[in-house]
Ligand binder design. Structure first.
Ligand SMILES: [Zn+2]
Length: 62
């Protein structure tokens, strides 16, 4: 079974059977959304990669 750690509390989350995935529970999901604001959850990435749209691996610097 696929198991992933909850991004909020690091508890193992059974992927197939957890409707609140990637979080272990509604509580963790709500806490995470609160931390990130009203925006839908996004995978944490390096902020440097977030500016500009349509970014690619080898984005030209212009
Ligand atoms: Zn959790």
């Amino acid at each position: 079974m696929l198991v992933r750690p909850c991004p909020q509390c690091r508890k193992p989350v059974p992927w197939e059977t957890t409707p609140t995935r990637p979080f272990c529970s509604e509580r963790c999901r709500t806490r995470d959304l609160g931390a990130w604001g009203s925006e839908a959850y996004r995978v944490p990435v390096d902020p440097a990669l977030e500016d500009g749209e349509g970014w690619s691996e080898a984005a030209p610097t212009s």
